[in-house]
Write a protein that binds this ligand. Structure first.
Ligand code: COA
Length: 164
């Protein structure tokens, strides 16, 4: 049976921390879907299509990874897609606390036997978040090496557009 896993997030934008989790999960599962969540109530830096396109570009070297988007409950998307596994990355104990809450809530909502599987984030990226990347970049700081090159270009272009 195909081992199908899901990794979901806002990915505003995708970072090398996310990419590290994706690359490792892609080695363990037959297919990995990376799903970008669309939350109409949350203002994002990159719109949903931009986030999806950046994620597609960032994973193009991984043949068993596909990018999708969804809105609403993660559990609904999981139930519809028949994912056996939901991957989550853990950077630190704060992530662990939050993730435990979400995993337990989601497990009530899954209709099948979906399991949440945690991968420890690479310590090299444990201090980064999408917000921190955006904050540093928007103030002129160098974030190269922390995000894929396509994201670096995307941030630069977006900041230039905004300053016009
Ligand atoms: N490397 C770098 N950064 C990481 C990271 C990693 N390995 N893992 C997480 N992060 C960062 C993210 O960039 C994000 O940063 P930001 O807050 O500055 O944008 C932050 O940590 C939180 O990431 P995450 O926990 O993955 O949250 P998210 O908002 O990206 O996605 C969902 C969380 C999509 C899984 C969750 O909101 C969800 O399920 N939404 C659907 C609605 C729903 O079902 N709600 C009920 C849930 S029980």
């Amino acid at each position: 049976m195909e081992r199908k896993a899901l990794y979901a997030g806002s990915f505003d934008p995708i970072t090398n921390g996310h990419l590290n989790i994706i690359e490792r999960a892609a080695r363990v599962y037959d297919t990995l879907t990376v799903a970008v969540v669309e939350n109409p109530n949350k203002k994002s830096f990159f719109n949903i299509d931009e986030r999806v396109n950046l994620a597609k570009e960032a994973v193009k070297h991984l043949p068993n990874v596909k990018i999708d988007k969804f809105s609403g409950l993660l559990a609904d998307y999981v139930n519809e897609g028949g994912f056996a596994t939901v991957i989550r990355g853990l950077r630190d104990s704060v992530d662990f606390q939050n993730e435990m809450q979400m995993a337990n809530m989601n497990s009530r909502l899954y209709k099948g036997d979906t399991e949440t599987v945690f991968l420890m984030g690479n310590p090299e990226y444990s201090y980064i978040s999408s917000s921190l990347i955006k904050e540093v970049a928007s103030l002129g700081g160098d974030v190269s090496g922390l995000v894929p090159d396509c994201v670096l270009d995307g941030i630069t272009n977006k900041l230039q557009e905004e300053s016009k």
